[in-house]
Design a protein around this ligand. Structure first.
Ligand SMILES: NC(=O)c1ccc[n+]([C@@H]2O[C@H](COP(=O)([O-])OP(=O)(O)OC[C@H]3O[C@@H](n4cnc5c(N)ncnc54)[C@H](OP(=O)(O)O)[C@@H]3O)[C@@H](O)[C@H]2O)c1
Length: 274
């Protein structure tokens, strides 16, 4: 898909590595056309050793030869990285930033050129190509730029194009949301263990049930209440369990988790470069 393009990953840490790994595994990139940077030489050498790609400590040199520039450094490092690219990037390139809370306006200003910039918010299941990735387009982005960014992330899961003002909500729901669901998963497993299931069996039953329920919602596009009603027979066991969940406040607790995480994302974003 991108085999004739050169990809520079500026900051090949956890997320940068996931992206490289997935794209190489599915053969979408030519490893000779992938160049990574990092703060430490050891990180670069590790990536070169694992993936047979290229690497440098020089962000500017990496960006110079790239068609796609992926900025994967921590938010507080973005300003430095962008200023090192100032004057080097040009409109034929696409810059994609994954830095949480760093606005498109700040990235465009930091680059100091009219370059297409896309903001992306992926989550960790990208590693298994089951991620959720939201994308927001900067002021110089044309449809073909957005399609290129979308194609890149389609390899890692589902993509959704959103207005930038919704990025904090996305961070809370699909970013932090994985952690919320792990907590629910752990509680279901403990419930299974407490009624006699071996832990390994309870873990498999609970995780596959969560996966299946999510697939039902995505693939049938039915309202969750409709899917729930399909399971809850009158005077049956499911409705008893649902009563416990409702009286335990699971619904408002999960809603509040998303609301609070969105607030926190907005606070962090206000402290980042804008
Ligand atoms: N991890 C996730 O699941 C996730 C999800 C969504 C968004 N994000 C965003 O993605 C970004 C990266 O997150 P991460 O979890 O991958 O962080 P990370 O593991 O800490 O990776 C950051 C990488 O940046 C490198 N780096 C630091 N300063 C640099 C510089 N001046 N020039 C070039 N590279 C530099 C580091 O190099 P060294 O290794 O040598 O120190 C490290 O490899 C963050 O902005 C985060 O908000 C992450």
């Amino acid at each position: 898909m991108f085999r004739d393009k050169t990809l520079a990953v500026l900051g090949a840490g956890k997320l940068g590595e996931i992206i490289i790994r997935v794209l190489l595994e599915i053969g979408w990139l030519d490893r000779r056309r992938v160049i990574v940077t990092a703060r430490h030489r050891e990180t670069i050498e590790a990536r070169i050793g694992t993936y047979g790609i290229r690497g440098t400590l020089d962000n500017r040199a990496a960006a110079r030869e790239a068609d796609l520039i992926l900025v994967c450094v921590k938010p507080h490092v973005v300003a430095d990285v962008l200023s090192s690219l100032n004057g080097e990037v040009h409109p034929a390139q696409i810059v994609i930033s994954t830095a949480a809370g760093v606005s498109l306006r700040a990235i465009e200003a930091g680059l100091g050129a009219e370059v297409p910039v896309v903001r992306a918010m992926p989550n960790t299941p990208c590693l298994l190509r089951s991620g959720m990735i939201a994308l927001a387009a900067g002021s110089c982005v044309r449809i073909e730029h957005l399609e290129a960014a979308r194609n890149l992330f389609d390899a890692m899961g589902r993509t959704l194009i959103v207005e930038e003002r919704l990025m904090e909500a996305v961070t809370a729901l699909s970013g932090s949301g994985t952690a919320f669901l792990y907590l629910v998963l752990e509680a279901l497993v403990d419930g299974g263990v407490s009624v006699g299931l071996p832990r390994a069996a309870a873990s498999e039953l609970a995780a596959q049930t969560m996966l299946g329920a999510a697939r039902m919602a995505l693939e049938t596009r039915e309202h969750p209440a409709t899917l729930r009603d399909m399971v809850a027979t009158p005077a049956g066991c499911t409705v008893e369990g649902l009563l416990e969940l409702e009286s335990g406040g699971v619904r408002p607790a999960l809603m509040k988790a998303v609301i609070q995480a969105t607030r926190r994302a907005a606070q962090l974003s206000a402290g980042a470069i804008r």
